[in-house]
Design a protein around this ligand. Structure first.
Ligand SMILES: [Zn+2]
Length: 212
């Protein structure tokens, strides 16, 4: 089955960019105001780590805490804004066929994998972020608490958090409408030591459309 045959991926508007990001891969690019970035979990249960910045001034960037406060929930979905640390809306989630994403678990790194799992030099979202930020002149100081699409991090009533199997099915997607020119940075999570990718990293598809 090719991506275009996948259920749930009828594309609204004119496609201006369309690419498959392989398992463990990364991507960065500017989504202009009004354009929509669709992130498709092609095979299901694949965490997609995500950062975003004002393209005009990347010192303005995604702020997890403010985004949660404005949404009044840690679980973002259709209708919620993704906010910067300057109180500006970077993206609006205009479609969400999955309904479960994570705002608190952050990204994996070789260092945290060594601490948690006793393995050295693993591929990681942090390394992917740094690689994807480099062409824009950004680096370690610009990696902040990130959003994880299709990752399932439940919090129990006693405060216990976990990383459990994702709820996304093949073809599930989120559509993010840019509310300013936004630099978007994606890590297709390479983690294999917890269930965030079903222990099997798989490709995703990124489509930018012009709904006008
Ligand atoms: Zn990861």
């Amino acid at each position: 089955m090719t991506p275009t045959d996948m259920p749930g991926t009828a594309i609204p508007g004119r496609i201006v960019d369309d690419r498959v990001i392989p398992a463990r891969g990364d991507w960065s690019g500017v989504v202009p105001t009004g354009k929509v970035l669709r992130i498709v979990d092609l095979e299901g249960r694949q965490a997609v780590d995500f950062l975003c910045y004002s393209a005009a001034d990347p010192s303005e960037r995604y702020n997890a805490a403010d985004t949660m406060k404005f949404a009044k929930t840690i679980f973002l979905t259709r209708g919620h804004g993704i906010y910067s640390d300057m109180g500006h809306r970077l993206f609006t989630i205009v479609e969400d066929t999955c309904g479960r994403h994570d705002t608190i678990g952050g990204c994996c790194s070789a260092e945290s994998n060594e601490l948690r799992y006793g393995v050295k030099d693993t591929p990681s979202c942090r390394a992917n972020f740094l690689r994807a930020l480099t062409p824009f002149g950004l680096g370690k100081k610009d990696v902040v608490a990130n959003l994880n699409f299709f990752m399932n991090v439940p919090v129990e009533s006693d405060g216990t958090m976990g990383i459990v199997d994702g709820l996304s099915k093949p073809g599930d997607h989120v559509d993010l409408r840019a509310e300013m020119d936004v630099l978007a940075v994606v890590s297709n999570c390479p983690q294999t030591r917890n269930p965030c990718n079903g222990f099997n990293p798989t490709p995703i598809r990124l489509i930018v459309t012009d709904p006008a």
